[in-house]
Design a protein around this ligand. Structure first.
Ligand SMILES: Cc1ncc(COP(=O)(O)O)c(C=O)c1O
Length: 381
C-alpha cells in the first residue's frame, strides 16, 4: 500500500480526512503467494460465456461512444421492469459504474452536513466512508451477535433521532450472509413511516439466496432507493455494472446529474452485453450460482465445526459466514496468524464492533481449496 503523502502546505479536505483503505483490502494486499483466499467478496465462478461473447461482438462490430448519461434506454427499461410493484419507467433508473457508484452518488445526493445515517453494525465498510464523504455522521444499529446477527427492530428504532436523514439495509448481508425477513422489513417501514427518512436498500446479493427469494424493502416503504447490479449474481465484478432505482424522482434526478459529472456513463460495451442479464440463459446462470454457493456454504460451515471445533453462522444468502473465534482470542491477531500461514480471512472488526471476535470467511472457492484452507488454519491453531 502506498503511504499517504504528507506535505506542509497540503491539507486534505475535511470530507476525506481519516479515510483509510478498508481492513479487507489491507489484509488482502499483504497476503503471501499461494494463499487460500477466504477474504475477498468476489465470485470465483466465470462470467457466463454468452455475456463474454456478446461483449466481444459489440467491441468488434459496433461503434461504442458515450451512451446517454443514465444508461442506454433498453437497459434502463429492463431494470425498471424488474420492480413491477414500483411501476417505474426508465427515467427512474440510473445505470452506474457498479453499485458502488450508485451508493456513493445516493449519499452525495441525499446527505448534508450534520445529517445522521443509520448503518448496520456489522455492515459493508464502504457505507461508513460514504457517510463521511457526504458530510454526515454514521449512527449504528446493532445486528446482535448473540442472535446470530439477525435484525432487531428495537436496536433500529433506538438509533433514530430528529437528525436521521437516511438508513441503510443490506440484504442478503455482507458480512453476515443473513437475510432481512419480510417481517423485519415491514417493521422498518412502520418505524420510518411519516419521518421523511430515505432508506437505501443494498440488494447486490439479492439473486444469491439459499431458501426463499428475499423481499426488497421497496415493497414496503416508498422512500426506498435500491442500489444493486450484476457484479455478484453474474460474476461481473470487473465489468462495473450497477444501478440505482427508486420511485423517488427527486433522488433519481439528483443522482442522474451527479453521475454525469462523476463518470459520464458506464462502459457502452458493458451496458450492451448486460442486456443479456435478463434472459433465460442468465436466469439459469444465477440458479447455478445459487446452487453452487449454497452447497459450498454448507460444506464450509460443517468443515469448520468438524476440523476446528468452531461455530460458523449458517448463511441464508451471499457467500459469507461469520466464524466465531472468541474462545481463541482477538480476531485481528487470529486473522494475522492465518495470513502468515497463507490463509486470507477478514477480522470481524473490519465490519463493526458487533463482529469483534469473529472472522468473515467467504466461500468463493472450490471445496478442494476450502479443505486446504481449513487444514492450514488447523495447523496454526
Ligand atoms: C454489500 C455490498 N454492496 C455493494 C458492493 C459493491 O459492488 P459493485 O460496485 O461491484 O456492484 C459490494 C461489494 O463487495 C458489497 O458487498
Amino acid at each position: 500500500m502506498i503511504p499517504m503523502q504528507k506535505s506542509e502546505n497540503f491539507v486534505l479536505p475535511k470530507r476525506l480526512q481519516g479515510l483509510q483503505p478498508t481492513l479487507i483490502r489491507q489484509f488482502f494486499e499483504r497476503a503471501l503467494p499461494d494463499s487460500i483466499n477466504f477474504g475477498l467478496g468476489e465470485p470465483d465462478l466465470p462470467t457466463p460465456q454468452f455475456i463474454r461473447e456478446e461483449a466481444a461482438r459489440v467491441t468488434l462490430n459496433e461503434q461504442n461512444g458515450y451512451t446517454s448519461h443514465p444508461g442506454i434506454p433498453a437497459l434502463r427499461q429492463k431494470i425498471a421492469e424488474q420492480y413491477p410493484h414500483l411501476g417505474l419507467t426508465m427515467n427512474d433508473v440510473v445505470v452506474t459504474v457498479g453499485s458502488q457508484e450508485a451508493m456513493t452518488a445516493a449519499f452525495l445526493s441525499i446527505v448534508d452536513d450534520g445529517d445522521e445515517v443509520l448503518l448496520p453494525n456489522p455492515g459493508f465498510p464502504a457505507y461508513d466512508a460514504c457517510v463521511k464523504i457526504s458530510g454526515g455522521t454514521p449512527v449504528y444499529y446493532r445486528l446482535p451477535a448473540e442472535k446470530d446477527f439477525a435484525f432487531d427492530i428495537e436496536e433500529f428504532k433506538a438509533a433514530i433521532t430528529p437528525k436521521t436523514k437516511m438508513a441503510v439495509v443490506i440484504s442478503p448481508s455482507n458480512p453476515t450472509g443473513k437475510i432481512f425477513t419480510e417481517n423485519d422489513l415491514r417493521q422498518i417501514a412502520e418505524a420510518l413511516k411519516d419521518t421523511g427518512i430515505y432508506l437505501i436498500s443494498d440488494e447486490i446479493y439479492s439473486d444469491l439466496y439459499f431458501g426463499e427469494k428475499p423481499h426488497s424493502a421497496s415493497e414496503f416503504y416508498d422512500k426506498t432507493v435500491i442500489v444493486t447490479g450484476l457484479s455478484k449474481s453474474l460474476s461481473m465484478t470487473g465489468w462495473r455494472i450497477g444501478w440505482l432505482a427508486s420511485s423517488q424522482k427527486e433522488i433519481t434526478q439528483a443522482v442522474q446529474i451527479l453521475h454525469g459529472f462523476l463518470t459520464v456513463c458506464t462502459s457502452a460495451i458493458t451496458q450492451k452485453a448486460s442486456l443479456l442479464g435478463w434472459t433465460e440463459e442468465a436466469e439459469a446462470a444465477k440458479r447455478h450460482a445459487r446452487e453452487v454457493y449454497k452447497q459450498r456454504g454448507e460444506y464450509l460451515v460443517k468443515l469448520l465445526k468438524e476440523e476446528l471445533d468452531l461455530y460458523a453462522t449458517a448463511p441464508d444468502g451471499a457467500f459469507y459466514t461469520m466464524l466465531d473465534v472468541r474462545k481463541l482470542g482477538d480476531d485481528v491477531e487470529i486473522a494475522e496468524k492465518f495470513l502468515q500461514n497463507r490463509v486470507i480471512t477478514v477480522p470481524g472488526v473490519a465490519f463493526g464492533t458487533e463482529a469483534k471476535g469473529f472472522l468473515r470467511v467467504s466461500f468463493c472457492n472450490t471445496e478442494e481449496k476450502m479443505a486446504e484452507g481449513v487444514r492450514r488454519m488447523k495447523e496454526v491453531l
